[in-house]
Design a binder for this molecule. Sequence first.
Ligand SMILES: [Zn+2]
Length: 234
Amino acid sequence: MPRAEARFLIGATVSRTADKWFIAIQVEMPDAKRIHTSESQAVGVDLGVKALAALSDGTIFTGSKAGRTTEKKLCRLNQELSRGIGAKKGEKQSNNFKKTKMKTARLYARSANMRSDETHKITTELTRKFGVMGIEDLNVKGMMKNHKLARSIADMSFFEFRRQLEYKAKETGTKIVVADPWFASSKICHICGEKHDALTLKDREWTCTRCATRHDRDVNAAINLRNYAVQSTA
Ligand SMILES: [Zn+2]
């Protein structure tokens, strides 16, 4: 085995989520080579709830069908649970209720694992390919008060995405630029710079009233994030 590939087991942790046991193994690996130079390409990444991520080059990561199905099931179970809580106020929890609760916890863990797995594929691809990356301040997007389950899964995956990006970027030498919280990446036309304050989350596509460019909301936001990153690293 070449020396660069040597791995040493340094520890293991066992944990339990819902009714499943997990083992995490820590290995020591030599520092990966920094692959990026000043010639490397820049990219902007817009994270979403429906699509996992949109890139400034137009690429959209939609997430797997299996992942979306799991999330839908989870939302349905969660609704069943909240109805159950309402009906049985003050009573002992029924066996069915307990069963649904365990099923939900199990599915929640499964869904989180699937998201994490998909996120790993994307963050690996991005950090290998790009030397500069513009992303949003996730506190803006992630900390919005919203108790819907789909939203909470998305929030969790934003933080996971950021966590993975940061440690992988250290290995590849990718520079991550987090936009100022006030930077309105979704509302600025990347062609003419006009800011459209009236745009809402529902406007998935829009036309700039100043230069008449038709925009995909997420890709336009990603382009603004790329430009922001390029300007701030210049
Ligand atoms: Zn415009």
